[in-house]
Design a protein around this ligand. Sequence first.
Ligand SMILES: [Mn+2]
Length: 422
Amino acid sequence: MKFIHAADLHIDSPLLGLEAYEGAPVERLREATREAFGALVSLAIEQTVDFVILAGDLFDGPWKDMKTGLWTAAQFRRLATANGGIPVYILRGNHDSASEVRKAVTWGENVHEFSVRHPQTFKLKDMGVALHGQGFAKRDVPHDLTDNYPQPVEGMFNIGVLHTSLTGSSVHDTYAPTSPQKLAALGYDYWALGHIHRRDIVNDSSPVIAFSGNTQGRHINESDAKGCWLVGVENGRIESMEFRATDVVRWRRLEIELDENSGRAELLDMAGRRFHECHEQSEGRLAAVRLTVSGRTQLHAELTKHETREELLAELRNAANHFDGEIWLEQIHLNTAPPIDRDKLKAGGDLLGELLRDIDRLADNDELLAETTRCLTPLMEKSPTELQHANVDPQDQETMRRWLRQAEGLLLAHLADVEDRG
Ligand SMILES: [Mn+2]
C-alpha cells in the first residue's frame, strides 16, 4: 500500500509586491501553487497510490471567485478517474477553516473532508487503514484537538491527520497546540501533520510523526525543494518514506564571496558559474534567486558609485537571462566592504594601530617572542603527547610567527568590520 501525505498547498496564495519587480515572471509565479497541486496529482497517478492525505491549508484563504474551487475540483476529478479512483482525505487548517473559506463547490465522491466539529474516522476496509482527524472550524483553535481523537482501530494501520503548530502553550498558540509525546501516546502508526512549511520528520518510528512542508515555496524564506511524502506500507509497517518534489518554481539563495583582488570580471564569471549550477539543480523549474555578494574587495569602490553599481547590477541580470527565462533574479544584495589597508591602519593612533605595531614588534624580536612563548608552558605541560601527535612545537619561533599572523588576520577582520559599521 502506498499513500501521499501533503499539506499547506495554499492554492491561489497572492504574491505580494511582485508587480514592482522589473521583468518578474508574474504569471508563472501566480500559477505556481496551482501547478504544484497539479504535479502532486500527477505523482499520485503515476505512483498508483491508494489514497492522498491533505493535512490542512489546501486554500490560502477566502476564494476571490469560484475559479479557485472549479480548478481544484478538476484536479480531484483527475484522481477520481485514475486507476479506478484515488480517494483524497482533506482537512481544514487555519487558512481554510470553515469560517474562512465559505464559498463551496461540490467535490466528487472520492473527496472526503474531516468534520470540523468532532474527530472523525474514515475506514478503508479493503486496505486495513483507519484515518482519524478533525479540521479547523475557525481560524483560531487554542486547544489540543487530539484530546478527543479516538483509540486506534485494532488490526488496522492507524493514521492521525492534524493541522498543528505541534509545540506551544494554549496561552499564545492558536494553531491546535499539542506535543509529540501526546501524539505518540495515542498509539497510531503515522501522524500526517500540516501547518509548518518546512518538511520535518519529528519522530522516525512508532509512530512516525511528520510534517510534509508546503508543496510550493512562495517567497525567499520558503527556499529549496518543496513537495510531499510518498509513504509505502507493508504488513502494517512503514517500509519506505520518500520526499518527492512538486514545486514548479524553486526559491534559492546564492552567495558569492569576493576576495581582495576580485574585480568585475571575476564577479561576473563566478555569478555565471553559480547560475549554471543552480539551473542544473532546478531540473527544468524556474529558479527564483536571491544573490548576495560579499567580501572585502577592491571592487567595493566601484560599487559605491551609482553609475558603475547600476551597470554591474544590469550585467548580473544579463548573466541570469542567459538561461532562457529559467532563472529570475529576485534581488541582488551587494554587501561588500573595502579591502583592509594594513599600512594605513598600522599608522593610526587608535587601538587597531597600536595592536598592529605590537604584533610587528613581537614578530621581529626573537627575545620578545621567546618570552611570549613561555606563556604557553602550562599548555605544553598539560598536553605534551597531543602536541607531539599534531606535530606542533610552540618552542619553534616560525610556528609562533605563523600563529601571530593568523591571530592578526582574525582580529583585523573583526575589528575592521566594527570600524566600518561605526
Ligand atoms: Mn496553517
